[in-house]
Design a protein around this ligand. Structure first.
Ligand code: SAM
Length: 247
């Protein structure tokens, strides 16, 4: 892949960084997801024990997505969030820059969906054109977060709801130790083995270093124009679900 970088925070000497340079990140991320697209859903189900669908449904419920809502699934990948929002009655636009992930989303044949290839940092949508937006496990993958939040604020109507799902780290030391063992040691081995792409599943835990702490994230959301920012955790704190409202 890309030039090996300095060791990220949280990596010890057994963990050589596979993180791309900032300039290379968008291309590296896009080609990685294009590469793993056919195995992406299966690996998600296996590595989360099927719980990711429950977290997604819970966030869609919390945003009160209802019939008639126009919802953006940002960095939609293979369209898991989109399918759940459609089941709640919404019309969904899924956007992703990886063509092979999008092709799989399209192949699901979910009604009331439109799939758009594009960049989260420059959304090809009019101002105030969505009632809600969802984004699953993609924050780590963007080149920068404030411009993405600014774009989300631009395309959501006032009162529009935002839901973000991401990995997190448990606060409890015991759970944190167990989580580190699983996320940093088991996931790269099992994910690499099952997907045949060791680099992608080493990137997964290492990319957590791109996530800011909760206070910084909330600050960026507020600066972009969001209020009522709330965080909930699943899986003993290993997963975070953030909701916010466009001011
Ligand atoms: C971990 S996957 C998550 C997919 C899906 N949201 C889910 O919950 O399963 C991250 C996705 O973000 C997409 N992505 C990353 N950066 C992007 C960008 N700047 N614009 C659009 N899509 C992006 C990748 O192509 C990939 O499909």
């Amino acid at each position: 892949m890309d030039p090996v970088l300095p060791m990220p925070r949280g990596c010890d000497d057994r963990c050589m960084s596979v993180l791309p340079s900032p300039e290379e990140k968008p291309r590296a991320v896009r080609t990685m997801f294009d590469r793993i697209a056919p195995r992406y859903d299966r690996l998600n189900r296996i590595l989360t024990g099927g719980s990711d669908l429950r977290w997604r449904r819970e966030l869609v419920r919390r945003l009160a997505i209802r019939p008639g809502d126009r919802v953006l699934d940002l960095a939609c990948g293979t369209g898991d969030f989109a399918a759940i929002a459609v089941a709640a009655g919404a019309e969904v636009v899924g956007l992703d820059f990886a063509g092979r992930m999008l092709a799989l989303a399209q192949r699901r044949g979910v009604p009331r969906t439109e799939w758009v290839q594009g960049d989260a940092l420059r959304l090809p949508f009019a101002d105030v054109s969505f009632d809600a937006a969802l984004c699953g496990f993609a924050l780590r993958n963007f080149a920068a977060l404030p411009p993405v939040f600014a774009e989300l604020a631009r395309v959501l109507r006032p009162g529009g709801r935002l839901g973000l799902l991401e990995v997190d780290e448990p606060a409890n030391p015991l759970f944190r130790a167990g989580h580190r063992l699983y996320f940093r040691r088991v996931v790269p081995v099992v994910g690499g083995w099952l997907s045949g792409d060791r680099q992608a599943y080493r990137y997964l835990p290492q990319s957590a270093v791109y996530l800011p702490d909760a206070r910084t994230l909330a600050g960026w959301l507020r600066e972009a124009g969001f209020r009522d920012i709330r965080k909930r955790q699943f899986m003993f704190g290993a997963i975070q679900a953030i909701s916010a409202v466009r001011a």
